[in-house]
Design a protein around this ligand. Structure first.
Ligand code: SAM
Length: 228
């Protein structure tokens, strides 16, 4: 059961968002812009993260503290499911099922994000593309929701602009694929709306516009629920 009224009973308080597996904070910036007070969790120090950061194991933290938050976002590491990692024969832990189990244990509303390679493991995911937010990019990310929160799939228009090859320089009139050791970090910051990030953060991030849209949808759904 979700705790919608808790958001409105504390005047002046921003709803609290737990950003698990936060990296440099692409999702965090979007939730902050939507109106949340953001706390990030990462196993690494993440000095570029713009909000409160706790360095900890994400699953252990959520089991201990998840219920203290109004809404929880989780981006488990995607290397297990990316094509480059498969090609290179690298092995990484698959944290999707343990993340879902921890999220469900909190009883709070939640979102779990991942890449296309992981989409078959997500339950009824909504796909977001940067073009839905007016950005010149085709980064697709998949979002499963739970704990009483749902999202509607936005319309996705056909890609008409050609794409550069993965990680390669972006020819004029193309959209880039910012993976590996891609070049032109400053230009990519502008494209995705992440001016504080370095290459490591950009490679991994959700453009903030995606999370701002999700955060706004969450707040709208809670307001409706309270008003009903
Ligand atoms: C895909 S990135 C998240 C990107 C982020 N959502 C964004 O929009 O910028 C995954 C992050 O999870 C972190 N991570 C991996 N395993 C972890 C664990 N067990 N506990 C906490 N963080 C972990 C990695 O250090 C990495 O920064």
């Amino acid at each position: 059961m979700t705790q919608s009224t808790a958001i409105r009973r504390v005047p002046g308080r921003r709803p609290r968002l737990l950003d698990r597996f936060c990296c440099q904070g692409g999702a965090a910036k979007g939730y902050h812009d939507a109106g949340f007070d953001v706390t990030g969790i990462d196993k690494d120090p993440q000095p570029r993260y713009p909000y409160r950061l706790v360095q900890a194991d994400a699953i252990a933290f959520i089991l201990e503290h998840g219920a203290e938050f109004d809404f929880i976002h989780g981006s488990p590491p995607c290397q297990h499911d990316t094509e480059c990692q498969r090609i290179q024969g690298n092995t990484h832990p698959d944290l999707i099922a343990p993340t879902r189990a921890a999220l469900e244990a909190t009883g709070r509303p939640w979102v779990m994000e991942n890449v296309r390679g992981a989409a078959p493991k997500l339950r009824k995911p909504v796909m977001l593309c940067a073009t839905m937010f007016g950005l010149a990019n085709y980064r697709h990310r998949y979002f499963e929701t739970g704990g009483g929160f749902t999202l509607s799939q936005p319309a996705h228009t056909v890609h008409t602009v050609p794409q550069a090859k993965m990680g390669r320089p972006v020819p004029p009139g193309h959209n880039g694929q910012y993976v590996g050791n891609f070049s032109g970090v400053q230009a990519v910051r502008d494209v995705l709306g992440v001016p504080w990030m370095n290459r490591d953060g950009i490679r991994e991030c959700i453009p903030p516009a995606y999370a701002e849209w999700i955060g706004q949808a969450f707040l709208a759904s809670r307001a409706l629920e309270v008003a009903a």
